[in-house]
Structures are given as C-alpha cells and as structure tokens.
Design a protein around this ligand. Sequence first.
Ligand code: GAL
Length: 336
Amino acid sequence: MAVVLIVWQAMCISAWAATASHTQFKPGEIWTDTSGTPINAHGGGILYHDKVYYWYGEIKTGKTWMPESNRSWDGTRVETTGISCYSSQDLYNWKYEGNVLPAVQDDPNHELHKSKVLERPKVLYNRATKQFVMWMHVDSQDYALAHAGVATSDSPSGPFRYVGSFRPDGAMSRDMTVFMDDDGKTYLFHASENNATMHISLLTDDYLKPSGRFVRVFEGRSMEAPAVFKHGGRYYLMASGCTGWAPNEARSAVAESIWGPWKELGNPCLGPEAEVTFRGQSTYILPVVDKPGTFIMMADRWNQNDLPDSRYLWLPVIFTDKGFEVRWQITWRLNN
Ligand code: GAL
C-alpha cells in the first residue's frame, strides 16, 4: 500500500511539474514548454501578432557530430530537423505549435535536406499581402553556400512553404536578422563578405526579396548574430564577434538613420562573464508590446558538444545616456 501511495504521489508531482506555470525568467536553466518538454527554439526570433507572441527557432535534436569540412573551426552539427514555433501571451509560458518548416528527408539536393544548415529564422507579418514571411540562413554543411532563405505562410503557426534562397544583392549571407521599422519598411541585416562586413538591405514591399538598395557597415569588423531594435527614434544593434559556437565579447552600436553612420558603443554586458556575453550569443531583441521602452535581449548559450542542450539567456535591456546595457540576473521578472 505504501509503495502504491509513493508511486501515486510521484505521478502527481510530475504531472504538476509539467503543467506548473513559469512566473520568472531563469537565464541558462532548462526552460520547459506548457507540456513540460524543454523548449527547442535556438537562434530564434519573435513575432507579435493579434496579442500573441510567436517564438520561432532552430530545432536541435539528435547526436552532435563534427563534419570533416568544419573541423578547422570546431563547427559541430546536428542533422537539421526544421523550424519550431511556440506561442505565448505572457512570455514566460510557451505552447509548442509544431515544426512549421520541416527539413526534407529524402532529397539530398534540396536546400532544406536534413544534411544542410538552417539557422536563425525570423518571421515578419506583411499587412498588405497578409502573409507571414520567414527569413533564415540557408547553407551547405560546410557553410560555403552562404544564402538567405525565404518561406511564407497564411498563418503564424504555419505550415510555411519554402520559396527558395539566394545571395542577397549578389552578396554572401550567413548570420542574419530582419528589422521592421515603424513605417513598415523592412531590412535584412546579414554577415556578408565571408563574415567580415555586415550588409543592411532594404526588402521589397512584399518582404520576399532585397529591393536592391543596401549599405556595407562595420567594415572588416567580423560581426555575427545581429539583433536590431529601435527606441526613442534611434536604431540599436547588438552582435557578437566571429568565433563559431564559442562565446566572445558582444558589440553594440547606435545610429540615427538605419542607413548609418553606425557608431560602435562597445560591450553592453555587465556582470559575471560579461566579457563572453555570459557564455551566450545574441539572437533577437524583443520589444515588450504593452510596456513601452521594455526590451528583452535573447541569446543562445550554445553547447557545442551537445547542441540540443544549448540554453536560452533572456535578460532585460537597460538604457543609459550612452546607449544600452544588459546586466546578468539569476532570475528576474518583467515589472507589472
Ligand atoms: C556561429 C553562428 C551560429 C552558427 C555557428 C556554427 O558563429 O552565429 O548561428 O552558424 O556559428 O558554428
């Protein structure tokens, strides 16, 4: 009887743990979704649509291994599975909506074949076409292709249809993000010229292609992992250096116009391990919609020997006279 009781109690506790809601952010801890499964959305970005936040990210699952072609720069990989989507209204609790752009299993020549690279998805909503447009980094296993890819959907929770990939404005494209300005104009920020120089490229009004207008910024600075946001009429950027999965010192920059000039402001991180971005790498800076002036820095703490166990670092952005700061917190909450 005692054993039955203990088993029953254990079942109750695990059922409670699976459904218990999160009430704070715990950077670097395992973060479970509403079913109790660890959230699997790396290199991600957020779309806010009809009062719901959607988090899209790389699904990292299975064995981590080292392709011969990537050995010189420690570029471990997992087979590509697709892009996940989660939804939330409070930013603490996320419901899994599914694999919204699954990898292709049987055609090794397809750009989305499981052997290829599919990273850093970011989704926009186009009011005119009523389409959800996903931009992402599409690459060969050795990262030589250096393409940006596009997929579209009629619904934020997918499924997304793959449109294709290309070198934007004819230029190499690896780490990337997209930024929509207040006027709806949208820009692709991408590490180009073999990662040495970033390009900012205005997209066409349907968000499906580069418009042809672009600028080269941070020339020769080898910046990756761009995250862009706007506050008080100024444009801000956070990015990393270029050291693969290994963390490095973050960069920040500010501009009065999206076209520049962009002024570098140095490392915005403060606290333990700030010199290596708390062992993370930026992916997105999220404006909290009902709290003007509140932004969350989202970063990935990659585990290059076990990529599926990579964690998330969400930390508050604090504005200063000079620019912005990101301070380490063990746990934190948004102010009510
Ligand atoms: C990083 C990049 C990641 C991923 C990784 C592969 O520099 O930011 O998105 O491409 O390299 O090693």
